[in-house]
Design a protein around this ligand. Structure first.
Ligand code: AMP
Length: 241
């Protein structure tokens, strides 16, 4: 079994969990409150599709149908984004890896830099809650922030609190595609979780309740693991040995 004791000052975490578990909102809070950089494959793909770039055109049909983009392409995109990203205090990845193959590919990329993933945090939620969240989800078309029609409304209807962008329903948040995405996640999650469990890096967070509650649970876990210290303001993510 490999052991992952990072000796550098930044923490590197992957957020795992089914669609609707709250990974995107959690990642955003990690960025805002802990100063961690944040990359989301889903967001990268949606932006590239909107730009009609070469990558956008390659991934469009997979995203629209709620199918997974092939591993080799996803790992290549993330290797390049991670290489270009400014990481001071660390990063959280949201929506990547989604398969065991992607997790192994990510390890290879980061092992070459001697900057391995410290931990995988699996955010759990019952399926009925996932469906409710996905059906009511609205997303900012400009910055990607998530809202919910009932539980996380913006201050002004249809307008993003953070950047003023307009809110929209994701094309893949339609009931038929939601069911397909959840079923796909069922099939791919187990080997992925086993992969991180077998390398001693898997933790679980209960994703039920308000996002702030889930974030506080996540902070407790981060502290417990020694990834951040006790005071959870932006200045307190610290070097670990
Ligand atoms: P998400 O925003 O994470 O729900 O992702 C939206 C869609 O982007 C997914 O349904 C997939 O089509 C695609 N996607 C996002 N991340 C990945 C990934 N790691 N591997 C393959 N496809 C992905």
């Amino acid at each position: 079994m490999r052991h992952y004791n990072s000796s550098v000052s930044a923490v590197r975490i992957v957020l795992l969990g089914p669609p609707g578990a709250g990974k995107g909102s959690l990642a955003l809070l990690c960025e805002q409150r802990l100063g961690l950089a944040h990359l989301s494959t889903g967001e990268i793909f949606r932006q590239e599709i909107a730009r009609r770039s070469v990558l956008g055109r390659r991934v469009q049909r997979y995203v629209a149908a709620g199918r997974l983009v092939p591993d080799a392409l996803v790992v290549q995109v993330m290797a390049s984004r991670l290489g270009a990203m400014k990481v001071r205090r660390g990063f959280v990845l949201d929506g990547f890896p989604r398969t065991q193959g992607q997790a192994a590919g990510l390890d290879q990329v980061l092992d070459r830099k001697r900057k391995p993933i410290d931990g995988a945090v699996y955010v759990t939620s019952p399926e009925a809650l996932l469906v409710r969240r996905l059906c009511g989800r609205r997303v900012c078309s400009r910055c990607g922030a998530n809202y919910h029609l009932r539980t996380m409304r913006p201050k002004h209807a249809g307008v993003c609190d953070h950047c003023g962008g307009s809110l929209m329903t994701r094309k893949d948040d339609q009931p038929a595609t939601i069911r397909k995405r959840l079923a796909l996640d069922h099939r791919t999650a187990k080997p992925l979780l086993t992969y991180y469990k077998n390398t001693g890096r898997l933790s679980t967070v209960d994703g039920r309740g308000h996002i702030e509650t889930v974030f506080q649970r996540t902070l407790t876990l981060f502290r417990h693991r020694g990834w951040i210290d006790g005071r959870h303001d932006r200045t307190q993510v610290h070097a670990r040995n």
